[in-house]
Design a protein. Sequence first.
Length: 208
Amino acid sequence: MKTVTVGAEKRLELGKGATNKLRRQGYVPGVIYGGEPASLPVAIEESALRRMPLGTGQVFKINVAGDKERSVLVRELQKDPVSHKITHLDLLEVSMTERLTTISAIVITGEAKGVSEGGLLQYGIREVEIECLPADIPEGITVDVSGLEIGESIRVQDLQVPPEIAVLTDPDQVVVSIVAPQMAEVEEEEQEEQAEQPSPAGEAAPEE
């Protein structure tokens, strides 16, 4: 995975008013955890982040003015619901020589053979927990469903990952499966029936 470097400045003023002012000036407020000091408030140019395929689990280098260059992992990323611009970053300082645990998204590709035969593609989990060196964190784990037929599925244990990456998620977890239309309808009807069943005598129905 290619690692990029962005510049940043220390945030000397904290609070909602100060962070809103930074955003108006084209900066994204953030905090670096896990280093020295234990938490370091920073401001990063929004234009620099916009050029990066940024997401949770992304590793990049941050050069804080008047401080040292650090390797950081995106722990949490907040976006504006309307503009989708990044509004805040929680970053974790990491060592590029020590393995860490993080989350990697699953990317489904291809058109399943079973779907072309009338089956329905059902998703299981959308991400897995992995352990590896920061430089080995993938942008995503690709799953090709082209060969899947009706009744078949792909589980975590079937994922193809490089040997330097350890997948920690339960290997029996279903990632994706192809089911017959009538089977999907039966499952949906069973779920509706269970939801409509009255509460046992003497017990109050749960509040919504």
